[in-house]
Design a protein around this ligand. Sequence first.
Ligand SMILES: Cc1ncc(C[n+]2csc(CCOP(=O)(O)OP(=O)(O)O)c2C)c(N)n1
Ligand code: SF4
Ligand SMILES: [Mg+2]
Length: 287
Amino acid sequence: MDPKIYDMCDIDIAWCPGCGNFSILRSLKGALAELEIPPEELVVVTGIGQAAKIPHYFKTHFFNGLHGRTLPPATAIKVVNPELTVIAESGDGDMYGEGGNHFLHAIRRNPDITNIVHNNMVYGLTKGQASPTSQLGFRTPVQVKGVFLEPFNPLSLAITLGAPFVARAFAGDEERTKDILKMAISHKGYALVDILQHCVSFNKVNTFQWFKENTYYLDDSHDPEDRNEAFQASLQQDKLPLGVIYKCTGKKTFEENIGIYDQDQTPLSLRKMDRKDALKILIQTKS
Ligand SMILES: Cc1ncc(C[n+]2csc(CCOP(=O)(O)OP(=O)(O)O)c2C)c(N)n1
Ligand code: SF4
Ligand SMILES: [Mg+2]
């Protein structure tokens, strides 16, 4: 499939020239095209922020909701439309800060969705305050003496909570990011891809060059199916490892655990049920 199938005509893109979000958009379109997922079988759910604007810029169904509230609607959309590919995508602030509680519990639920985070280590849209992943000492007009909180580590937390697929990518490497996204989207169950993304306007520390110099790709000596090894890799801070950090297969998804498709494969969204019947079933289940 040609990635052009996702192109929209005459759109005004509000991202700054040189922003890493452009590369992530190209990698995502490439991954979806190579996986032969047409726009009508895709839903992208986002919150608020620069990253969260992504579905405005390519052809897809999308739901652009509240700040920090990306994962609950994404989980619900997948439950009622299991035949669709569902991507929950947002920035580091949206996903790990305002949406942090949902991040924890979505991982525990394990819906079959892909969670893509544009991690620029800053609040871009609101003009440069610290985010949960801002590095120690990062100065902003609000954090005038520099950030003194340890940065949030989404990868080690996701592994601890039992996420079956955890990866890190770098927006500056479109080809490898595309490959990582393909693996994540194909993986059954919750898949996290934290993408290091340069923000040219509000993060002058963690620049494109900084990410190049402070990351490396895991090689074949890393066994992503060894959870202890993966956890150790996720903790590395001197140089940040890129690639698939952890993966496991066979974990039951949220959709499977709640059993709504055990007897009837019809998507919940297509089942006919009047409100009275639905209420009766609910009351019977409760009592
Ligand atoms: C509940 C709520 N709190 C705060 C805001 C203001 N706000 C909008 S976007 C944003 C931060 C976005 O940062 P991030 O998610 O990292 O996205 P980026 O712009 O960096 O891509 C904030 C604090 C809001 N819209 N709603
Ligand atoms: S402020 Fe930063 S994240 Fe937002 S569009 Fe500009 S460069 Fe990208
Ligand atoms: Mg951000």
